[in-house]
Design a protein around this ligand. Structure first.
Ligand SMILES: [Mg+2]
Length: 239
């Protein structure tokens, strides 16, 4: 469907598009549960993960649209679940700073990629596409994820919301990416798993978009104008 004649730059979202955030995050949360003795507040590791993920999930959309800061998000997601589990406020504040550091440190060391990600990146390289990462994640963590999983060297450009202070879907981050590589919007493509940030944002900036709906798990209507795939192997056939 696409061809090198039509697309110069393929931009990929990182978390849960290339790097398996969901799996790696469960792993890191499990490690933190042990190291920080969270059994005091959560009887099982599953309960800890469930509470944390619920809270994190409710905060990220606010960060994506700029309603809360990165700093607030990073500690609030721990502070809130601790307080809700009966931890005293002052202790929860202190613990949230430690948990934030521990969790991100462990997360950044994990390497699991989404099935098909490596094959897709290799395919793009072999076929002459430039590859960029465009992500709302945090600078230090995103770079660590790329280097620990061994994909950093395959990227021709990395654009993070941290670099310019605006998040996908804000069109400015897409425009910034195009300008950074002296590309053009009409010859740029984004592959991402989030219809609201990656896909709506990319289409709004005049890019082509491939919506990665992993295993068809997301029931949200697909934004008009994008191509939907349920496996990254399908993206290989498109490019
Ligand atoms: Mg993502």
């Amino acid at each position: 469907m696409f061809s090198t004649g039509k697309i110069d730059w393929v931009w990929v979202d990182l978390d849960d598009t290339i790097w398996d955030f969901s799996a790696n995050s469960l792993d890191a949360l499990g490690q933190v549960y042990e190291s920080e003795h969270l059994v005091e507040f959560f009887p099982t590791v599953d309960e800890w993960r469930e509470r944390y993920l619920e809270c994190n999930h409710s905060l990220w959309p606010l960060y994506n649209v700029g309603k809360i800061t990165k700093e607030f998000l990073m500690t609030e997601r721990f502070r809130r679940v601790l307080v809700e589990a009966g931890c005293a406020e002052e202790r929860a504040v202190a613990m949230s700073a430690v948990l934030d550091r521990e969790y991100l440190d462990r997360l950044g060391r994990l390497k699991r990629l989404v099935p098909g990600a490596l094959e897709l990146l290799r395919h793009l390289r072999r076929n002459g596409y430039n590859i960029g990462v465009i992500s709302n994640g945090f600078y230090e963590v995103q770079h660590r994820k790329m280097s620990s999983s061994g994909i950093g060297g395959m990227m021709d450009a990395v654009v993070l919301s941290d670099d310019i202070g605006v998040n996908k879907p804000d069109r400015r981050i897409f425009d910034y990416a195009v300008n950074k590589v002296s590309g053009s919007a009409g010859r740029s493509l984004i592959i991402g798993d989030n219809p609201d940030t990656d896909i709506a944002g990319g289409l709004g900036a005049g890019w082509h978009a491939v919506y990665f709906n992993r295993d068809g798990m997301c029931r949200q209507p697909v934004p008009e104008g994008c191509v939907e795939i349920q496996s990254l192997f399908a993206a290989i056939d498109l490019l």
